[in-house]
Every structure is written in C-alpha cells, then in structure tokens.
Design a protein around this ligand. Structure first.
Ligand code: C2O
Ligand code: CU
Length: 465
C-alpha cells in the first residue's frame, strides 16, 4: 500500500535521435579457462548515458552498459557469475528470470546483496533448458526503480544442436522504455505510474530509438524479442515483412507458427523468423492495445516505429528453409493439485491522497509469509483469475509452465501452440489456467510483472518442499 498525491504525467519534451544503425549488445566475456563453465562478473553501479544530444542522463548499469551485457551460455554449462553491488546505499540482487536455478541462487527479495558487497551465483543449465531468459534486480521495494533506471540484461541459453539455420543469424532486440525530464534526468514516479506501472515516453531497442538494420531482399532473420519495460504492453506488427513465431520464453516451439501481430506483455519474450521478401522499407511498429488504464495520461500505444529495416535491392544468397519440426515439447501430465489465485486492485481516497492495494487472494506481499506449499516434482494446475480493471502479466520463478486455456465471459479458448513460458498476460476479466511443476525445493516468488504492482504487493511465495 502507498499513499500519494495525484500528479500530472510529465510529458516528453526531449527529442531523441532516430535512425542510427542497430547496435549489438556487448557480449559478457567468459573468463573460464576450460569448456563447460561460464564465469564472469557483473558489477551494478551508477553510469551516465547519452540518449539525447548534449544531455547527460544518470542511470544504473551493469558493467557500465544499459541494457546490460548479453550473456550467452550453452545448455549443460555450469554458470558462476559474481555480482558486485556498487549501487550507492541500495541493496540489490540478480534474479535469473525464467531460468531453472536453485531457490538459493534465484536472487529473490529474501536474499539481498548489500551495497558495497559481492556474491557469486552458481547454477547448472540442464539439458533442454535452451531459451531466451533475462536478468534483473529483485530487491524488496526497489525492483521497479532499479529496472527503470537501467538494470536489465539478456541471458540466452543456446542448444547444443540448433535446428534454426545459422544463416538466419540470431539478433536480440530488447525493448525498454524511457522517460526523460528536460534536463536529461529520469523523473521520479507519479501517482499514475504507481497505478498503471511506469510507462515511458520513448520505447528503445537495445538502448536506441528506432534504429535501422539493412538486409538483402530474400533474407530471413531470427530475432529474440524481449519486453524489458516495467509496464508497457507491446502489440507489434512487421509492415513489409512476414513474421513466424518459433519460440517463447522457455525456448523453441514444436513447429513454426505464422503470425500477423503479436502481443508482448511486460517480461515476455518471443523468438521470430522474419522473411524480407520485397525490397524497400519494412518496420516493426506498435498497434493499439487497451490494457486498462486508470486516471489521466494514457500514453499513445499505436504507431510507434521501433525498428526500421532497409531491405536492399541486392538479392540474398539462397538460405535453407525453416524446418517444419523444431523440437518435441512433452505435455505436463494430469495435475495432482489445483490452486486459484485471484488478482484484485483496491483504490480508496484518504486524507493523505490515494491509498492503493494490489492484492493476490486478498493479501499484499509479506516476505515473512509463505502463501502456498507445493511438492517438488508434482504437476499443479494454477488458475489465475484477474478480477481487476487492468491486465496483469503473471510470472512465477523457478520453472517454466504451459498455458492450457484462457477463459473470458464464459468463453474458453486454447492457446494456438504448446509452449514453455514463465510469464503470461492475464487480461482484465480473464482467467488463465496453466500447468506447472517445480522440481527444485525452496521459496519461489509469483507476481505481477508490472514492476510497480509487484512493489505495491501483487506477489506471493510458494514454498516447494
Ligand atoms: Cu522478472 Cu520476479 O521477476
Ligand atoms: Cu499488475
């Protein structure tokens, strides 16, 4: 709960340069001397970014860059990453979003790393764990702010044998959003930010506004899309090119699925193959999506160009086709237990302003409370019921799940494909049913991934025994 005065949303007055060549994320160097080990250090601390001509923006960064360095490991590897927290006076953690790590290596809020101290996270990447993961801080009460100030990075686990042709490349596109005051600083949250989650004025791709990429016509490209924004829903289409979905949060699908437009809610990922079959310009742009907005200042969702691709006249060398089958995905068996989680918002005016609650089953997060006890290795049916007026993207730590159905107003729909996911949007008024199994014991968080909602209490703990 938090009491705040109503405040106007500051409007973006700063103009950011557009059209620069898309930069690749800097790769985190592996310091291990032998194979099978990924060893490195991530240092979080203050840095200065230059988003707009002549303006210095104080941010937080991992190893000096935001988004953080790209981590690339291979399934079967052991990972040992030392986290050096050099953020002034703030505890932090590194949470390995979506990754099958032991509970005591998960960087959850119960396990803070004090300012000025180091800790090493170690875990093994099991066979079959190839996927598009990410990392970000998760300290109690500070997650949302540390992420919007710049702390988030991509962690790709590659398979030992990849069915996607190497000629397609493998390009990470990480979306963040930014709000800049006229002096270049990052303004504090307003009441609107706390209610809706903080939505910035500019959507950035790998830290750049509407960067460009040039490809020959006939080319196919593999993209990993990451929504690393605190609260912005991205409904996207690729004008002038054809999108095929090949993977989700937890890796490849069984078979490619053609897509017209896609919805990437906060924290979700998708892997795409995009075919550039005609010369000219192709652009990845946003479409309108009504995620439920409270109060004034609903940002314009539609018509933002995130990436411009120049498809040249030169024809690409012929590339192998996308295989029809990508990998098998086993179905999780019949659930032994079923649980229901009801998401609600409460808003009331009192003397000090608006009092808000973001609740799961009527309760706000309490670090000292266990909400649910589960058995390791047992399949459970989780029913996430959104009785609130906004969409809430649901995320659970420690495992990947399979969505089995969505229900809205009595209508049940099945997902178009079986997939491993760790984050799923639960639209307002909707119920999502999913199957999950936790294999490793210990406390695990589940929460709304609008990070301001997580911070205001929309989170619980399942203790796996
Ligand atoms: Cu991406 Cu609990 O977080
Ligand atoms: Cu939420």
């Amino acid at each position: 709960h938090a009491g705040h005065d109503m405040g106007a949303v500051p409007q973006g007055t700063v103009v950011l340069p557009e059209g620069e060549v898309l930069r690749e994320l800097p790769l985190l160097a592996n310091e291990a001397s032998g194979p099978g080990l990924f060893k490195a250090t991530l240092t979080a601390g203050s840095a200065t970014a230059r988003f707009a001509e002549g303006l210095d923006t104080p941010i937080l960064a991992y190893n000096g860059t935001s988004p953080g360095p790209l981590i690339e490991a291979v399934e079967g590897d052991r990972v040992e990453i030392t986290f050096a927290n050099r953020i002034d006076n703030e505890a932090s953690t590194i949470h390995w979003h979506g990754m099958p790590v032991p509970a005591d290596q998960d960087g959850n809020p119960m396990d803070p790393v004090a300012a000025g101290t180091d800790r090493t996270y170690s875990f093994d990447l099991p066979e079959g764990s190839a996927g598009s993961y990410w990392y970000h801080p998760h300290p109690h009460g500070k997650t949302a702010e540390q992420v919007y100030r710049g702390l988030a990075g991509v962690f790709v686990v590659k398979p030992k044998a990849d069915p996607i042709p190497a000629a397609y490349g493998d390009t990470v596109l990480v979306f963040t959003d930014l709000r800049l005051a006229a002096d270049g600083t990052l303004p504090d949250n307003t009441m609107t930010d706390l209610m809706n989650g903080r939505v910035g004025d500019h959507v950035l791709v790998n830290g750049q506004k509407n960067p460009t990429l040039t490809v020959p016509f006939g080319a196919k490209r593999r993209f990993r899309l990451y929504n690393a924004t605190n609260a912005r829903f991205l409904r996207l289409s690729f004008d002038g090119a054809a999108m095929t979905i090949i993977g989700t949060d937890g890796g490849l699908l069984e078979a490619p699925v053609a897509a017209g437009d896609i919805l990437l809610s906060p924290a979700e990922r998708l892997e795409l193959v995009v075919s550039f079959d005609k010369p000219g310009a192709a652009s990845l742009a946003t479409l309108d999506y009504d995620r439920g907005w409270m109060g004034p200042g609903r940002p314009a969702d539609a018509g933002l160009t995130l990436l411009t691709v120049n498809v040249s006249q030169t024809e690409a060398d012929p590339v192998p086709p996308l295989p029809d089958r990508l990998r098998p995905i086993a179905q999780l068996g019949a659930p032994a237990v079923s649980r229901r989680f009801v998401f609600t918002e409460t808003m009331a005016m009192n003397a000090s302003g608006m009092e808000m609650g973001f609740l799961i089953n009527g309760a706000a997060f309490d670090m000292k409370r266990i909400d649910v006890v589960a058995k390791a290795g047992q399949v459970e049916l989780w029913e996430i019921v959104n009785e609130a007026d906004m969409d809430h993207p649901f995320h659970v730590h420690g495992t990947q799940f399979q969505v089995i159905e969505h229900e809205r107003g009595g209508n049940i729909s099945k997902p178009a494909y079986r997939a491993w996911k760790d984050t799923v949007n639960v639209a307002r008024g909707e119920t999502v049913r999913l199957l999950l199994r936790q294999d490793r014991p210990g406390p695990r968080m589940y929460h709304c991934h609008i990070l301001e909602h997580e911070q205001l209490g929309m989170m619980g703990v399942v203790d796996v025994q």
